[in-house]
Design a protein around this ligand. Structure first.
Ligand SMILES: *Cc1c(COP(=O)(O)O)cnc(C)c1O
Length: 228
């Protein structure tokens, strides 16, 4: 395993894709997905300049977080059960996986109790795969209307997971669609003042996601060579 080598390659590819799309590479945030790796490996990645990590299982993350260097940004990207909302709000800076109203209500309730504001992304299921979590894009307008009732919640953008395809090009329309929806709501600063993150792209498909406008890529396997 050579985290430093992997990161160098990934950064070069991010830059290459950004240039191809006439974008500034500095506007793309590289998030290291650390769900399958130890605190020691996380610290190695941090030593190589990683500033953002993402976890998907609450219990597992809580055992590792106290062992890692402070001052980094922590993202929660997993399926979020309502009974885990409190520890997630307490330990993470941005939640990428908000996909239903019952979860929004619980986030607002716990945020209120903790006297915190909660930043999050809305996860959409663009491909319509039954196995994928995420809100149906047709429900997005109503969902956003409802969000405006909660003053302690800050919707910051959109997230999706593309289907696993043998041909990475097959996911391009999924990313294009998410970017279109992202841009539409970027014009609603009146109701969405913090709207700024488009989280799409994983080890398999981040270069295409960047070409299609992603500004947050979530990469695990390609950094750590870890396997499920
Ligand atoms: C695991 C995971 C990733 C990272 O996947 P890799 O293929 O290992 O890069 C990204 N996003 C989410 C939501 C994940 O669960």
């Amino acid at each position: 395993m050579d985290i430093e080598f992997n990161l160098k390659q990934i950064r070069a590819k991010i830059e290459e894709s950004a240039r191809k799309a006439n974008r500034d590479p500095d506007e793309i945030r590289l998030i290291a997905v650390t769900k399958y790796v130890s605190a020691e490996q996380i610290n190695q990645a941090l030593a190589c300049g990683i500033t953002d990590i993402a976890e998907s299982r609450v219990q597992n993350a809580l055992t590792k977080l106290p062992l890692i260097q402070t001052g980094i940004t922590k993202h929660f990207i997993g399926t979020l059960q309502t009974n885990k909302v409190k520890p997630v709000i307490e330990n993470f800076d941005l939640i990428h996986s908000v996909d239903r109203m019952s979860l929004v209500e619980e986030l607002a309730k716990q945020a209120d109790k903790l006297g915190k504001r909660v930043s999050f992304l809305i996860q959409l299921n663009i491909s319509g795969e039954a196995t994928k979590h995420g809100l149906d894009p047709d429900e997005l307008p109503g969902f956003i209307d409802n969000l405006t009732h909660y003053s302690n919640l800050e919707p910051c953008g959109l997230m999706t997971m593309a289907p696993l395809e043998a041909d990475p090009e097959a996911v391009r329309p999924v990313f294009r669609k998410l970017k279109e929806l992202f841009d539409k709501y970027a014009q609603r600063a009146d109701i969405l003042p913090k709207w700024r993150f488009l989280s799409m792209g994983m080890s398999q498909d981040y270069q295409i996601a960047i070409e299609e406008g992603s500004n947050m890529v979530r990469i695990g396997t390609a950094i750590f060579n870890s396997h499920k």
